[in-house]
Ligand binder design. Structure first.
Ligand SMILES: [Mg+2]
Length: 108
């Protein structure tokens, strides 16, 4: 399915069910994924259920983007924050790796 078809279906869902219902559905799907991940961490995970819940969350995230990022400017703001946080994650990993390298006996 191409990106335009996904956007059309997400728009249909918001128009049909309404924003409030889709925001509540998003919370529900996020909770379901959280519960599956917690089950997995406790050794009772089910890969198929995790995948299904990840798909549900992706679909709801597409709808949330449509609802909360209605303009091109909003989407640019989202992308800027996405890049900032991704770069921050990379920097944190590099800092931790450098700290480990500097603490190892071979670095002395
Ligand atoms: Mg679900």
């Amino acid at each position: 399915m191409d990106r335009h078809k996904e956007i059309d279906i997400c728009g249909m869902a918001i128009d049909h069910f309404g924003m409030d219902k889709q925001v509540k559905k998003s919370v529900e799907e996020l909770t379901e994924l959280s519960l599956e991940l917690i089950r997995d961490l406790s050794g009772r995970g089910n890969r198929k259920k995790i995948i299904d819940e990840m798909v549900d969350v992706e679909i709801m995230l597409s709808q949330l983007k449509r609802m909360y990022l209605p303009s091109h400017t909003d989407f640019e703001e989202f992308n800027e924050r996405w890049m900032f946080k991704l770069n921050r994650l990379k920097n944190n990993i590099e800092s931790e790796r450098n700290a480990v390298d500097n603490d190892s006996p071979q670095s002395e």
